[in-house]
Design a protein around this ligand. Structure first.
Ligand SMILES: NC(=O)c1ccc[n+]([C@@H]2O[C@H](COP(=O)([O-])OP(=O)(O)OC[C@H]3O[C@@H](n4cnc5c(N)ncnc54)[C@H](O)[C@@H]3O)[C@@H](O)[C@H]2O)c1
Length: 253
């Protein structure tokens, strides 16, 4: 958990903040004193998170947009800067998750998966770079244990998360000599709306699902949020190009 007031005087943009891990991360950063710009496609739930942050005592902007467009990503960063006056951390947490038989995945599903999970973090980083470089800020990209193992019925999702991992590491290399930091957090299964995507999967082979089911159970959302928020703070100065697995051992073997 970041120390209270460790983000005092700083501002963070958090995507996916309407629900699940994004919401928990927004609240954790707000408790650490950060002003927050919250971005999500779900306007109603996003405003609720923003109000929860304001109740903690920080400035919070709810910026509802669809991150599958590059222009919308750039506009979100502009809005964050206008509202908060600065940007010190970018937490890319929004994602889409469409379990399906690969032969049946349509173009829209495939393109949406890559647009939100991979392209949006890139466009947001690109737009935020001048501020993050000037402030020696931090980018935290949320990937998944799915970035490190093949998972049946999740070809698009696993490919997007593996690519996001390498995007993070490549940026860590490219900006090695500046103070900005790039890291990933790779969670295992958490009890959020996203995981309910499996409900729509028709006739899966249970043997294949078992291969990536957690033997130790799900990961607590709060524990992952604390790691994402920690990596956004100066206390994580030694972390650069890291991938932190929080998956209850799924990727252990
Ligand atoms: N829940 C899990 O089991 C699990 C496991 C591993 C990794 N993750 C990762 O954790 C992160 C958070 O997921 P979560 O479990 O909190 O899911 P969630 O569904 O609760 O939250 C995802 C958020 O992203 C938003 N979003 C989706 N499409 C968007 C778009 N086009 N534009 C803007 N916002 C959009 C949704 O509205 C939602 O609020 C994701 O990156 C996910 O891949 C989740």
């Amino acid at each position: 958990m970041p120390a209270p007031s460790s983000m005092h005087g700083k501002a963070a943009l958090i995507t996916g903040a309407a629900a699940g891990l994004g919401r928990a991360t927004a609240l954790t950063l707000a408790r650490a004193g950060a002003d927050v710009c919250l971005v999500d496609i779900n306007a109603g739930a996003l405003e609720k998170t923003a109000q929860e942050c304001r109740d903690i005592g920080v400035h919070a902007l709810a910026y509802a947009t669809d991150l599958s467009s590059a222009d919308n990503c750039r506009a979100a960063v502009t809005a964050a800067l206008e509202s908060c006056g600065r940007l010190d951390a970018l937490c890319n947490i929004a994602a889409v998750f469409i379990p399906c038989h690969s032969a049946e995945m349509n173009d829209i599903q495939w393109e949406k998966t890559l647009a939100v999970n991979l392209s949006a973090p890139f466009y947001l980083i690109q737009a935020a770079l001048p501020q993050l470089l000037a402030n020696k800020g931090a980018v935290v990209n949320v990937t998944s244990c799915a970035a490190h193992m093949g998972q049946a019925y999740l070809a698009g999702y696993t490919a997007s998360k593996a690519a996001l991992t390498h995007l993070t590491k490549s940026l860590a290399m490219e900006y090695m000599h500046q103070g900005i930091r790039f890291n990933c957090v790779a969670p295992g299964g958490m009890m959020t709306e996203l995981a309910q995507g499996f409900r729509n999967l028709r006739n899966p082979d249970p043997e294949l699902l078992k291969r990536y089911s957690p033997l130790r159970g799900l990961v607590e959302i709060e524990h992952v949020a604390e790691m994402v928020a920690f990596l956004a703070t100066d206390a994580a100065a030694g972390y650069h190009g890291a991938v932190i697995n929080i998956d209850n051992g799924i990727t252990a073997g």
